[in-house]
Design a protein. Structure first.
Length: 215
């Protein structure tokens, strides 16, 4: 049988990156994110889309938001080239979900479900080394000495993105945009809700089981 097409949904902090890697390793599929797809298709000819630039790179070089139509086109190209995939970070809204329905067949739609307060704890606990970029978490992967990098002795700092106020704002925006997407797949009976609490290994066990049941 051909490799599965998996859509992985979940809020920031739900562990999509880690679980995507698990899917890639287990099924040998491609990890497709809009960011990567954009970067590897910077020079794609999109002159027929009737947008401001002839390539996606035009928007990126100008520091402008890449329009929906361009993102859609790039996702279509990336999925067409993949023999099985885990798609992560798309669709972000109902329009994109409906577009996706028209360009590909999904075998599994999995939603990593994590309570809001747990997400806040995960995201606000992140620390990054000012010197070497190493990642830590005050609770889940603390350095030996608080505030100091194990690797290089540099100072550990919190990114502006990870302060509580910003985190709550990001989660609200995600919720607002993505709730209709979740409902869309729920109504079609395609949604597998995965309990995203616990260790990455525990979550993977549940996710793996759900993928096996659907493929
Ligand atoms: Zn460091």
């Amino acid at each position: 049988m051909s490799q599965p097409n998996v859509l992985l949904l979940g809020p920031p902090g739900a562990g999509k990156g880690t679980q995507s890697s698990n899917i890639v390793q287990t099924y040998g599929v491609e990890h497709v994110t809009t960011g990567d797809a954009l970067r590897s298709n910077k020079g794609m000819d999109i002159s027929d889309l009737d947008v401001e630039y002839d390539t996606p790179g035009g928007f990126m070089d100008a520091g402008e938001l890449v329009p929906n139509a361009v993102v859609n086109e790039i996702v279509k190209t990336a999925l067409r080239e993949a023999d099985g995939y885990v798609l992560d970070g798309y669709p972000r809204n109902l329009d994109q979900a409906e577009y996706l329905d028209g360009i590909t067949g999904l075998d599994v739609v999995a939603f990593l479900d994590v309570p809001r307060e747990e997400l806040v704890e995960r995201l606000t606990g992140r620390r990054i080394c000012d010197e070497c970029g190493a990642n830590y978490h005050v609770e889940f992967s603390p350095p030996e000495e608080a505030g100091v990098c194990d690797e290089c002795g540099g100072e550990l700092v919190q990114r502006d993105d990870d302060t509580e106020e910003t985190v709550r704002e990001r989660l609200s925006v995600y919720d607002e945009n993505t709730r209709p997407v979740i409902e869309h797949y729920d109504e079609q009976g395609e949604l597998s809700r995965i309990d995203g609490e616990g260790s990455p290994d525990e979550v993977w066990e549940r996710l793996h089981t759900a993928i096996e049941e659907r493929t």
